[in-house]
Design a protein around this ligand. Structure first.
Ligand SMILES: [Zn+2]
Length: 465
């Protein structure tokens, strides 16, 4: 189906660029190119037979016999996929033609359709609410509307559903039932908008249309393992801006987090303006493992001589590193958000992450790469925290990182940093602590706006954190 429509649009490229005139509200006329929706209508008009228009120019039925009885949503999804593919190819081709011949590179190709398939509401029977009784059986089934070679029919397929997904889906089914009930009620009685119906369902996950992906996997029949991806949607009440919350209650509980390389995270909970709890997430084991894998990669590269351009080398090892990092980032983020929830914090304070600067000291190639990845991981952790926290109504803010691990959090005098150790230089204050811990403490001062920046000429320039 996608191939058919790709073909259709590739031979009607003019409809992509051709301007159409649209009347605006004030009577004037605006020119623009067709929207995807208009292209879809255009394609359906010229390919589908209707009573008013029985002989379309490009009859779909003749080229794709399986289109007979295909669910409308699936056909529309296919058309949209085709539009996207042809559009991107066409614009790449145009830029390619414009660039000087000696810088061109390969001519862009339209390629083949290889999209995952999305199944819309009418095409799926979720296992949903009857999940519990079915647990006695060996499999949970999901029924999908598929073309069996002769006709479209609902086919039950065994699926493996993880326990957490199971409870989420069951909850989603209940929530959907509730929304349907509300909708019926509002139709018969007073008018209600969709938002009101959702209103009481704030905080409940609802499953959206699922997508089936095929992934290469030798352990499965046909060498393909099918995965069902179900996007989940949840409505949350957006909390007020962090600064507004702070002004309303300057002593409000917050969690500050210092992200580091050796220690992935040092977090502190501040309640009523006082530090009440701390927590550390160590990253040394992760760094060590990652380093060992990188060493292996560089050794293999050296052995194989030249590496081919445009071809990924050591795929399995790189995948392992990626998985390792992604897992660590997610886990750390989960710990941080849980910590914030435990202490009733509504805001998590991070320091703003500066651009990566390679370390000054001499390092091996794998060591440098390892350092860079560890640094990059901090950004990943922050992204996950932002996402996970927002679902709980917790905001994430960033503060200026200058001097956070150089100034004594108690007497505000510039200190000295040696490795991971901070020592206060104030002769009347004997204080030494972990530099990441100091960073975490100072971030709280930055949040409450009580941080004192060292004066110009106070001391030498700040050291790099
Ligand atoms: Zn001090």
């Amino acid at each position: 189906m996608i191939a058919f429509y790709m073909d259709f649009f590739a031979t009607h490229l003019n409809v992509l660029d051709e301007p159409v005139q649209v009347p605006k509200k004030d009577g004037s006329i605006k020119e623009r190119t067709r929207t995807n929706q208009e292209l879809l209508t255009f394609a359906e008009f010229h390919t589908l037979a209707t009573k008013a228009h029985p002989n379309p120019g490009w009859p779909l039925g003749e080229h794709v016999p399986a289109a007979e009885g295909m669910p409308t949503e699936l056909r529309r999804a296919a058309i949209n996929q085709a539009i996207g593919k042809v559009r991107s190819w066409w614009s790449r081709l145009k830029t390619w033609e414009k660039t000087a011949p000696d810088q061109r590179g390969r001519e862009p190709r339209l390629g083949e359709p290889n999209e995952p398939v999305t199944f819309y509401a009418g095409m799926v029977g979720h296992p949903a609410y009857d999940l519990n009784p079915q647990k006695k059986k060996r499999h949970t089934f999901i029924s999908l509307k598929l073309h069996t070679g002769l006709k479209w029919e609902k086919v039950p397929l065994p699926v493996v559903v993880h326990a957490q997904a199971e409870s989420l889906l069951a909850g989603s089914a209940l929530e959907k039932e509730r929304i349907d009930r509300e909708r019926k009620r509002s139709k018969t009685g007073q008018a209600g908008s969709g938002r009101e119906e959702r209103g009481s369902g704030v905080g409940t996950w609802v499953a959206k249309s699922l997508t089936v992906y095929g992934k290469r996997d030798k352990r499965y029949p046909g060498g393909v393992r099918y995965e069902i991806h179900i996007p989940m949607e949840k409505w949350v009440n957006a909390p007020p801006k962090a600064e507004k919350q702070r002004q309303a209650n300057p002593q409000m509980p917050v969690v500050t987090v210092d992200l580091g390389v050796g220690r992935l995270a040092v977090m502190g909970a501040f309640v009523e303006g006082r530090l009440t709890a701390t927590r550390f997430v160590d990253g040394r084991a992760l760094n060590h493992r990652r380093h060992r894998l990188l060493v292996a990669i560089y050794r293999k590269r050296a052995q194989s001589g030249r590496i081919q351009r445009g071809v990924q080398d050591n795929v399995a090892l790189w995948n392992k590193i990626r998985n390792l990092d992604e897992h660590a980032a997610k886990q750390t983020a989960v710990v941080i958000v849980r910590f914030a929830k435990e202490h009733g914090a509504k805001v998590i304070v991070f320091e703003y992450l500066r651009r990566y600067r390679p370390p000054k000291e001499k390092m091996s190639r794998s060591g440098r790469k390892n350092h860079k990845r560890a640094y990059w991981l901090r950004g990943q952790i922050m992204e996950w925290v932002r996402d996970l926290a927002f679902r709980e109504g917790i905001l994430t803010v960033e503060r200026n990182p200058a001097y956070t691990s150089q100034v004594c959090p108690h007497c505000k005098v510039l200190g000295k940093r040696q490795g991971s150790r901070f020592t206060c230089k104030n002769p009347n204050h004997r204080y030494s602590a972990d530099a990441d811990f100091v960073g975490m403490m100072n971030l709280y001062r930055k949040w409450t706006k009580t941080f004192v920046y060292p004066q110009r000429g106070d001391e030498s320039k700040p050291e790099v954190a």
